[in-house]
Write a protein that binds this ligand. Structure first.
Ligand SMILES: [Zn+2]
Length: 302
């Protein structure tokens, strides 16, 4: 969309929604979160003490997201924006500027050691998918807690108690996954996925990334080149990887094609960059962690 058109639509939306907005009288902190997984973490810590808006919802792809005018409204009214960083939300700077927002931007990957892609043409590039290691999101939960406490001290006790309870659950999930992955024979802990979203998962739990169907750390503009498909089929055969996993945010036929050519099974779709709707397997971040581990064990632990 042309930037002037975007600004015009944003302005119209601010006027319309500003007049009728149900939150106009609320004195609760207005918090915007860019994607659903992080949104769930903030929701758990904030409870109903804040007005929370999540921009990129369930089963949706943040890499290729195109902001809508309502996003601009939410950002223009926000006190705090929580975002992932590391190039995940490539559209965020323009959206923030176009909305003339005064909100505090909190990049939750700050202080987390960023991983890099280990396979394919993008080897060495920064990997934004920090949530696939719950230990990273323990740090994120602390950052969210501290940010909310500083901005809204009247509700400090709520944020602190909620964060403590949530961090305990994150540690329990991490312990569960460690135990589950150890049930897979060591030489079968080999991961092939649709896009390169599971590097932090692999390094935390001791799996080897063999390759990805799209050959890319982002889904944006990636379609799985013929050359990449040939190379990946060869890598699967050479390493004895037992399965390839699709993902919830994108329906990639190339995954099925690769499985057929390599003679391996298609695993359950992993929850990569978004939660699922409530009736799916990953309605919360904690369930995402457990479900992905169970799905990997089911396909690789045979
Ligand atoms: Zn991704």
């Amino acid at each position: 969309m042309r930037i002037w058109l975007f600004r015009l639509l944003s302005l119209i939306s601010v006027i319309l929604f500003g007049v009728v907005g149900v939150n106009a009288q609320s004195d609760r902190l207005k918090v915007v979160v860019t994607y659903s997984i992080l949104g769930d973490v903030v929701q758990n810590i904030a409870g109903d003490a804040v007005d929370l808006t999540v921009l990129v919802g369930a089963d949706a792809d943040t890499h290729s997201y195109e902001p809508v005018p309502q996003d601009s409204v939410a950002i223009s009214q926000a006190n705090i924006i929580f975002e992932n960083g590391l190039g995940f939300e490539s559209w965020m700077d323009d959206l923030y500027t176009a909305a003339a927002s005064q909100a505090q931007r909190v990049v939750v990957s700050q202080g987390i050691t960023a991983g890099t892609i280990t396979v394919g043409d993008e080897a060495g590039e920064t990997d934004p998918h920090i949530w696939q290691n719950p230990y990273n999101f323990l740090r994120v939960a602390e950052l969210v807690r501290d940010t909310l406490v500083a901005a809204d001290p009247a509700n400090a006790t709520t944020y602190e108690l909620n964060a403590n309870a949530y961090i305990t659950q994150l540690l329990e999930a991490d312990t569960y996954v460690i135990g589950q992955i150890q049930t897979i024979p060591a030489d079968q802990r080999k991961l092939v996925t649709n896009h390169d979203a599971f590097g932090y998962f692999a390094s935390r739990y001791g799996l080897e990334i063999i390759g990805t169907a799209l050959g890319s750390v982002s889904t944006e503009g990636a379609s799985g080149s013929a050359g990449n498909v040939v190379a990946l089929v060869e890598a699967i055969r050479a390493t004895g990887a037992k399965a390839i996993f699709p993902e919830n945010i994108e329906n990639a036929d190339v995954v099925t094609q690769i499985a057929n050519e390599a003679g391996v099974t298609v695993g359950a779709p992993l929850c990569s960059d978004a939660l699922t709707p409530a009736d799916g397997p990953c309605p919360t971040y904690l369930q995402l962690i457990l479900y992905n581990a169970d799905s990997v064990v089911a396909a690789l632990g045979q």
